[in-house]
Design a protein around this ligand. Structure first.
Ligand code: MLT
Length: 258
């Protein structure tokens, strides 16, 4: 399906893919700051926000990637710079596997390439049952403290809570099972032949920093940027540092031959 989105700016498309259980609004600070160099397009993955229609068919990370591909195609721009946070990073890696011709460059933020461990898979099933019954906000007490660095401003905390509350329970459950069943992307990283940037909050409790270091080592020519004063949601928690890293990277992409 073609996804709904917010857009700002002109120029080459920067596609921004949110994490779980968030939506396009998590990228507001990037749209504001980067709109002078990119047409920033922040999508809502299926089942929430501007993509609220409950699409038929599979709800898997590869099908989410197919939705992003359909959306890039609908913009008629050829390939796009594509950034994903956490679950959005899984989607970007699946996009690379399935539709590499649509990826001009790749930005992986607060994410990892490994599949879930057996314990994590079990936890996903419990989370899916819980949110189906009680709504996605039922995850706030367990998950919210792990998402943000202690220093995160109250305004960011409130935005994150709102996104939990607005993600329908059925969607939260489908996301959880999609993440449970996602493939391991580690072996594919060495095949990445477009410019790549890995960005990670140094205080990320949910997805360890070491995984980011490993991804940056495996992707040929990739650069790793450590974001201070940020946990798992670095584009919201330290937007200034993340935006500066994205700007520098995207300007290099523009300057590269070919
Ligand atoms: C996310 O932020 O997208 C999720 O927390 C990722 C995950 O649970 O693996």
């Amino acid at each position: 399906m073609i996804l709904g989105y917010d857009a700002a700016g002109e120029g080459p498309v920067l596609m921004l893919v949110h994490g779980f259980p968030f939506d396009r609004s998590m990228w507001a600070r990037q749209l504001e700051d980067l709109k002078d160099i990119r047409r920033c397009v922040a999508v809502d993955l299926r089942g929430r926000g501007k993509s609220a229609v409950m699409a038929a068919g599979e709800w898997t990370i590869p099908s989410y990637a197919d939705d992003v591909a359909a959306t890039i195609r609908s913009l008629d721009v050829g390939a796009a710079d594509v950034a994903g946070l956490s679950m959005g990073g899984y989607v970007v890696m699946a996009l690379w596997q399935r539709h590499p011709e649509l990826v001009r460059s790749m930005i992986l933020i607060d994410t990892r390439s490994q599949e879930d461990s057996p314990d994590q898979k079990e936890a996903r099933e419990k989370a899916a049952a819980r949110v189906r019954e009680r709504g996605t906000a039922a995850l706030v007490p367990d998950l919210l403290p792990k998402l943000l660095a202690r220093s995160a401003p109250e305004e960011v905390r409130a935005e994150v809570r709102r996104m939990f509350e607005e993600t329908p329970g059925e969607t939260g459950a489908a996301d959880s099972l999609a993440m449970r069943d996602r493939p391991d992307f580690t072996a594919d990283l060495t095949s990445v032949s477009v410019p790549a940037l890995v960005v990670h909050g140094v205080d990320d409790e949910l997805v360890p920093f070491d995984g980011a270091r490993q991804m940056a080592e495996l992707i040929p020519g990739a650069r790793l940027v450590a974001v201070p004063g940020a946990g798992h949601l670095s584009p919201m928690e330290n937007a200034a540092a993340v935006n500066a890293a994205l700007r520098e990277f995207l300007q290099e992409v523009d300057a590269a031959p070919g």
